[in-house]
Design a protein around this ligand. Structure first.
Ligand code: NAG
Length: 334
């Protein structure tokens, strides 16, 4: 485990998305080797557990009060994962994730179907959720009457999305999202799940980077086009556009390490560095060291790197490509 790798571990909790690019940290990043091009530093290993090789039925649980526009953006991103859109697309981005296999040689699936949604608009577990409390949210969604989500232990995964007014343990301090698996004692079965919070009001500078600037960076935003925005959000909302990349991060890691015993780097299974952790903050060629890399601009100047359904554009971080042994995305210039 080498320097930068160790540095990333310091920033991450178990299987979580953590983007801690405060100014001082990005300074540290910039002293380190450009991560996009490096391969010798990474000890990503397969630990013999399953990957999500069967077509995935994804169930979204909307916790709290959600803006329908934000919901539409997120649904369109999920639809984009297995739809063909013009290159480079979200599905092209997912192709890197599909390079991971299990012991039987089965690749991660290319089929992710949004198979159900549940609206927990009454905050069934309150406005503060502990990590374990997220499992109670899932339990509620699969046992509620009359419109419960199916409890699908074969190929179901659950994505809990909390609204702007919900506090979640470690949210905004250490994590922007995480994935894990449910405990039979709480939910009844073991299924993979992920949680991602809407950060737009609580901590956009941390969880909606690079669409918002870290508040306490001690430096003004580099652009002068107003507010704390450093890059325009392609779907019009820094919070939700930032969330898209965190959702992408968690889905990639959940698929390659669903029970936290498949693909990860590092010797400590309680703090694994997973395939998206290795590429945090990298969205294009040359990325790393606090620079997001080469991405596109739409006609309003908003940043993006992949196309989705209905003409949508999204900015998603790259993931580790096990064949090229580097961070990679379909917008790579080489
Ligand atoms: C499955 O994974 C292997 C090993 O990474 C790769 O060579 C192959 O192209 C992958 N297949 C698909 C359909 O992605």
């Amino acid at each position: 485990m080498q320097k930068l790798h160790f540095h990333l571990l310091l920033l991450s909790l178990s299987c979580c998305f953590v983007l801690a690019l405060s100014w001082s940290q990005s300074q540290q990043f910039s002293h380190a080797k450009n991560y996009e091009g490096s391969s010798n530093l990474v000890d990503l290993d397969y630990h013999m557990g399953p990957v999500l090789a069967s077509p995935i039925n994804l169930y979204i649980i909307w916790y709290g009060h959600w803006n329908w526009r934000h919901q539409t953006t997120i649904r369109d991103f999920i639809y984009s994962l297995s739809s063909s859109s013009s290159f480079p697309s979200v599905a092209d981005w997912w192709r890197t994730v599909r390079l991971y296999t299990d012991q039987t040689g089965s690749n991660i699936t290319g089929s992710i179907v949004l198979s159900g949604e549940f609206y927990d608009s009454r905050y069934s577990q309150g406005r503060y959720l502990s990590r374990l409390g997220i499992q109670s949210v899932i339990k509620k969604a699969v046992t509620s009457h009359p419109r419960a989500l199916p409890l699908n232990p074969y190929n179901g995964v659950y994505l809990v999305l909390s609204s702007s007014d919900v506090q979640v343990q470690d949210f905004c301090r250490a994590v922007c999202g995480f994935h894990y698996f449910t405990f039979p004692t709480i939910v009844g079965v073991t299924v993979p799940y992920a949680w991602v919070g809407y950060s737009g009001t609580q901590c956009p500078g941390m969880c909606a980077y690079p669409f918002a600037w870290p508040k306490y960076s001690g430096r003004p935003p580099p652009s002068t086009n107003g507010g704390n925005n450093i890059m325009g959000a392609p779907n019009g909302d820094a919070g939700v556009d930032g969330m898209i990349s965190v959702i992408a991060h968690e889905l990639a890691e959940m698929s390659s390490n669903p029970l936290v015993n498949a693909w990860y780097a590092g010797d400590d299974p309680t703090a694994p560095t997973e395939i998206a952790d290795l590429c945090m903050g990298v969205y294009g060629s040359g990325g790393g060291g606090g620079y997001i890399g080469n991405v596109y601009k739409d006609s309003w100047g908003n940043g993006y790197n992949v196309n989705g359904v209905k003409g949508r554009k999204f900015l998603v971080q790259w993931v580790w490509n096990p064949v090229k042994r580097r961070c990679f995305g379909p917008n790579a210039m080489d």
